[in-house]
Design a protein around this ligand. Structure first.
Ligand SMILES: Cc1cc2nc3c(=O)[nH]c(=O)nc-3n(C[C@H](O)[C@H](O)[C@H](O)COP(=O)(O)OP(=O)(O)OC[C@H]3O[C@@H](n4cnc5c(N)ncnc54)[C@H](O)[C@@H]3O)c2cc1C
Length: 380
């Protein structure tokens, strides 16, 4: 920590004014702040972030407004149990409806394109498992959206080197990530939340007064009656008892491919590969399962072996024979654990955590942020 700057009397008055401090200005932190502010309009609700705009997952994701493919749901069942996996699907589905209601389709660039889960010939065994389970999963989930989410569908029009049938869902769509983030941020500001970027929080300390003290790397200090940690994949830096690990997610965007035969969302390899159309470009992400250990990292550099794997997948499977360049690449950080259920928890008097959004936190964010605000109200 740098030494404290010589703060003026006025700055000191300002800084001691936060009633509720939220660390992390991602989708979850900003929506949590908005709901808390709406709940208690007279309290000062502040959000701090290490970066001028968010720097984790919310501004670096793939823009899938999705709930989980068949492969991901079966994978979740194998990690937990059917009820837990179906409840998570329902939470994500409801979260998306809530996001659309809160911000409007046009404002966030939402397009209900539907999406496929596709399988290469090497994925035949996975395809057969999914085909054998589709009726069971559909029956368990048809009450959520009022229709069966999954159907087998021909992939012949996609122009990909994949098995002739995939699993299609008409229920999901895509957002423009920057537009969604902009609306989430604007809504927090309109509600009266103060957002300050460029402040990296250090682990909180409880004061005798019952307040929580947060020093920042830059030498600022906040004392707040209530503190909410919304730092997702970075949460264990602040609260080591939280079971959440940073998981790097890498993304590539191609140049324009004028002959692109399809539009929409695509899932493959149990969700470890995902790609979507971006106009006539393709955005592809994933590949973490090539090196789970190496990708359990908060680092935001891309790594050559994963980006090469994704590029090869594009050239060999997705658009064989097309000419394109990789024009953009980046990495973001997810908050993961073997159990993919988010943590919405009171950790101590006045200390809360809303973290571990996994690989599909866009839709979840609208639900968990409301749960966090309600939990704070119940426990005051
Ligand atoms: C590459 C990638 C692709 C993804 N694609 C999708 C997708 O298509 N659809 C989907 O639903 N989900 C996707 N996700 C997941 C989704 O983006 C996240 O689940 C969601 O954005 C989590 O939001 P959050 O606010 O909890 O966390 P974050 O957005 O990570 O926000 C956490 C914030 O905490 C800040 N922070 C961290 N430590 C500190 C500190 N010490 N002090 C101050 N600030 C700090 C960070 O700067 C960051 O702004 C993807 C994630 C990645 C990485």
């Amino acid at each position: 920590m740098k030494p404290l700057p010589n703060l003026s009397f006025w700055e000191q008055q300002w800084l001691k004014n936060a009633d509720i401090l939220i660390i992390g200005s991602g989708m979850v932190g900003l929506q949590t702040a908005r709901h808390i502010k709406n709940q208690w309009p007279h309290r000062e609700v502040w959000v701090i972030d290490r970066a001028p705009i968010s720097l984790g997952a919310s501004t670096r994701n793939a823009g899938f407004a999705c709930f989980g493919s068949m492969g991901e749901i079966l994978d979740d069942i194998s990690r937990t149990d059917e009820n837990t996996a179906y409840a998570l699907y329902e939470k994500r589905y409801k979260g998306l409806q809530q996001l659309l209601e809160d911000f409007g389709e046009t404002a966030i660039g939402y397009e209900k394109t539907g999406g496929y889960e596709i399988f290469t010939p090497e994925d035949l065994a996975e395809y057969e498992t999914i085909a054998a389970n589709i009726d069971k999963v559909n029956s368990a989930l048809d009450s959520v959206a009022g229709e069966k989410p999954f159907q087998m569908k021909s992939t012949s029009k996609l122009g990909m080197k994949v098995l002739e049938n995939g699993v299609y869902t008409p229920l999901e769509g895509m957002v423009q990530t920057h537009l969604l983030y902009k609306k989430v941020q604007e809504a927090a500001i309109v509600a009266g939340v103060r957002i300050m970027g460029g402040l990296t929080a250090l682990p909180p300390e409880k004061l005798d007064s019952g307040k929580w003290r947060v020093n920042t790397n830059e030498g600022y200090r906040f004392d707040a009656r209530n503190l909410v940690v919304c730092t997702n994949g970075y949460a264990a830096h602040l609260l080591p008892e939280l079971e959440v690990l940073p998981a790097r997610g890498q993304v590539l965007v191609t140049s324009s491919i004028p002959g692109l035969a399809w539009r929409g969302l695509m899932h493959a390899d149990k969700g470890y590969i995902y790609f979507r159309s971006l106009g006539t470009r393709i955005l592809i992400g994933g590949g973490r399962n090539l090196d789970f250990e190496g990708e359990t990292t908060p680092e935001l550099e891309t790594s050559q072996h994963i980006t090469q794997y994704l590029e090869n997948y594009l050239r060999d499977v997705v658009v064989p024979g097309e000419t394109f360049e990789i024009e953009h690449q980046w990495a973001g950080t997810m908050g993961m654990h073997q159990n993919r259920t988010p943590i919405v928890q009171r950790m101590d008097e006045g200390l809360y955590a809303c973290v571990r959004m996994g690989g599909m936190g866009v839709a979840l964010s609208a639900v968990v942020s409301r749960e966090m605000a309600a939990l704070m109200k119940e426990t005051q």
